[in-house]
Design a protein around this ligand. Structure first.
Ligand code: FUB
Length: 327
């Protein structure tokens, strides 16, 4: 199956895809998305409708070449520690190997993050027997800095269970912070040299407003919800993420990957569907946003499609907001 991609159009239409993590490996653009299932099961705030069971890898030689679906590269039945819900993955390259990082529920229903390896960016990927020790919640995003230090960001509210880990252990009925308290931030940890474990504690990233005060939990226009992504542009670190309940992709900037970050603004306003989730990648001399919406299914929240758009910066390093429906 191959289709030539166009900006703001589904990259592929033969399967439902979401949560695109894009990388340039071996001079091609590789996209590691979630693979949404078509089903009639329950829909709720716990995210039970996101019932994904496997991953496909997509790639293209450039933005004017057909998209190739490399097929199923990992299935939940092949992951000993996982039971269900293979949500947003990411991939990384180090030590001559490709690593697929992915969240799934363990056999107790708790989201954990696992890793699988391959000699090729196309997969297939061989999972580790156990999830990454000490991992929890969802949406891993791996950032490798210019000094080769690898970091894993992760975390998502509600169905992603981040609220349940505020004490450092899993508390089933834990609530989020009070409205005027600092919002929960994504977590970040350094990865070990072999990329299979966290070599530091998973610290919470603090996101400040323009006055230097932590964003509060009630500030749903700006505060972190899920889907972290980190990239570096002109020596600055950019942390971008979804605001969840207000359905935007926004970003903050900082001088250190561990934070703090200062909120800057919106990258993509709401698109069709509840979730919004993205990645940002440089290919040759341009930057691109990969994102999803639900246009392929006419608006069914759990039947999504991956798209791309060019991303540009102002001379001060701020990101120009992208119009998801250009004329
Ligand atoms: O695809 C399942 C979940 O929906 C992801 O993990 C979230 O980021 C949201 O896109």
């Amino acid at each position: 199956m191959s289709e030539v991609p166009k900006p703001h159009q589904p990259l592929v239409t033969h399967i439902y895809t979401a949560d695109p993590s894009a990388h340039v490996f071996e001079d091609r653009i590789y996209i590691y998305p979630s693979h949404d299932l078509d089903h009639d099961g329950p829909v709720n705030d716990n995210g039970d409708q996101y019932k994904m069971e496997d991953y496909h890898v997509l790639s293209m030689a450039d933005l004017n070449s057909p998209v190739v679906d490399h097929g199923e590269v990992l299935h939940v039945k092949d992951v000993p520690w996982a039971s269900s819900q293979m949500w947003a993955p990411d991939a990384a390259y180090k030590n001559g190997k490709y690593y697929l990082f992915f969240p799934a529920r363990d056999h107790d229903g708790i989201f954990r993050i696992g890793v699988a390896t391959s000699s090729s960016p196309q997969g297939p990927f061989q999972p580790e027997e156990q999830y990454i020790p000490g991992s929890f919640s969802i949406d891993p995003a791996v950032f490798i800095d210019e000094d080769d230090e690898a970091y894993m960001l992760f975390g998502g509210l509600w169905g992603g269970q981040l609220e349940k880990w505020q004490t450092g252990s899993y508390v089933e009925d834990a609530e989020g912070p009070a409205p005027d308290a600092p919002a929960l931030g994504p977590r970040i940890a350094k990865l070990s040299e072999d990329m299979l474990t966290m070599s530091t504690e998973a610290l919470e990233i603090v996101i400040l407003d323009q006055e230097g005060k932590p964003l509060t939990a009630s500030n749903e226009e700006c505060r972190y919800f899920e889907g972290p992504w980190m990239h570096k542009y002109n020596g600055k670190y950019y942390l971008s993420y979804s605001t969840g309940t207000t359905h935007k992709l926004v970003y903050a900037t900082g001088d250190n990957p561990m934070g703090p970050f200062t909120f800057q603004g919106t990258i993509l306003p709401p698109v069709l569907g509840w979730t919004t989730h993205h990645s940002i990648v440089q290919f040759e001399d341009k930057w691109y946003l990969f994102y999803h919406d639900c246009s392929l299914s006419g608006g069914v929240d759990y039947k999504r499609c991956v798209k791309f758009a060019e991303l540009t910066y102002n001379s001060d390093g701020t990101i120009r907001m992208i119009d998801p429906c250009p004329e």
